[in-house]
Design a protein around this ligand. Structure first.
Ligand SMILES: Nc1ncnc2c1ncn2[C@@H]1O[C@H](COP(=O)(O)OP(=O)(O)OP(=O)(O)O)[C@@H](O)[C@H]1O
Length: 354
């Protein structure tokens, strides 16, 4: 089931929660709505679900306008952050609930419901919990049951609102890999809300980055991470270093040197900001032209990666650098040492913040 959102707007009083959003989501895609708190992700999800009515704009499922359809007629399944399992029902009863309350003429027989519940519990790898109550499960297990319950009614679209938000980091990381594998098996068109960029980058086929009710960028994880459309996306998708830059005739006059320049930079000299990711900076053995002199203040080892925090000597600025452990050992760095940095790659946005 494809989803098309056209010029959607939703205000709460004067506040524009969703501000002229257009999107198209392909059938079978797993899409992340990613953005900071209050950027309108949940509101957009609720509009797609039919839990909220748009002020203007249209929503199409498989090219059919469903904007005026009630939530119960849209064929969507939900999973929310706080697992809303029924405490007094067993796991099997919870999963079968949506089927058992269907109107008589659509309701499967008890045997059919039982078989379906068994299949779904196998799918989420929790068939051994069928007779347990929710209180006897861990948080991660409850979310998997919530997902099985949402899938029981065979939704055409699955909507997940921060499904792993309430869980600790390790369980979260396991569950998101699990969700990815599950999605590869069932291919139901899914949209999930998250403010965690790592979660979005790891799980989604497609990321929609939102800010202040608008879409800042819409693309594959590689596109939004490697080619951010603007400074907001750059900063939201991970640590970034900012350097002042001046640009003339396509050449940058101040460090860093190797830059991906916008076309408009061809003419007059203009101020800009160069964005450089920590892993895109080389630490040099010796001084070179254009290198930035800096003092090493902090070394943090995180698994195979070493994170360095340096103080640049001219601009009084903290610079973040990431190296792999082998390179770090080759360089023989220690805290307090003076060294030189050279960005391998940077992206310049003209006029930003200058
Ligand atoms: N029913 C409502 N009445 C008034 N304001 C609302 C309502 N629902 C949402 N808002 C406001 O709309 C804005 C967007 O909210 P929304 O929940 O969509 O953001 P979000 O990106 O999902 O944020 P979070 O990650 O914190 O859940 C927020 O500023 C919120 O306060």
């Amino acid at each position: 089931m494809s989803i098309e959102v056209q010029q959607l707007r939703k205000n709460f009083g004067d506040f524009k929660a969703v501000d002229n959003v257009s999107l198209s989501i392909k059938s079978g895609e797993l899409t992340a709505l990613l953005g900071p708190s209050g950027s309108g992700k949940t509101t957009l999800l609720r509009l797609i679900a039919g839990l909220e009515q748009a002020d203007s704009g249209r929503i199409l499922f498989n090219e059919e306008d469903i904007s005026d359809r009630h939530v119960s007629e849209r064929g969507v399944g939900f999973v929310f952050q706080h697992y809303a399992l029924f405490k007094h029902m067993t796991v099997a009863e919870n999963v079968g609930f949506g089927l058992s309350v269907k109107p008589k003429k659509f309701r499967p027989s008890n045997t059919e419901i039982k078989q379906k519940v068994q299949k779904l519990l196998e799918l989420v790898q929790l068939d051994w919990t069928a007779d347990r109550y929710p209180s006897q499960l861990s948080g991660g297990q409850r979310q998997r049951i919530a997902l099985a319950r949402a899938l029981a009614v065979e939704p055409k679209v699955l909507l997940l609102d921060e499904p792993f938000g309430a869980l600790d980091a390790k369980v979260r990381a396991e569950l998101r890999r699990w969700l990815r594998r599950l999605h590869d098996e069932i291919h139901v068109t899914s949209v999930f809300v998250t403010h965690d960029q790592e979660e979005a980058l790891e799980v989604a086929d497609r990321i929609v980055v939102m800010n202040k009710g608008r879409v800042e960028q819409d693309g594959t994880p590689e596109q939004v991470y490697d080619h951010p459309a603007n400074p907001f996306v750059y900063e939201f998708l991970g640590t970034v270093n900012l350097f002042h830059a001046r640009v003339r005739d396509g050449d940058q006059l101040v460090q860093p040197s190797s830059a991906d320049l916008p076309a408009a930079a061809e003419q007059l000299e203009q101020p800009g900001l160069a964005y450089v990711r920590p892993h895109e900076i080389d630490v040099l053995h010796a001084k070179e032209d254009d290198a930035i002199a800096a003092r090493l203040d902090l070394i943090t080892v995180v698994g195979p990666t070493v994170r360095l925090e340096l103080q640049s000597q001219h601009a009084d600025q903290i610079i973040h650098v990431e190296l792999d452990k082998t390179r770090f050992k080759q360089l023989g760095l220690s805290v307090g040492q003076h060294t030189w940095l050279k960005p391998r790659y940077s992206r310049v946005f003209l006029g930003e913040g200058i």
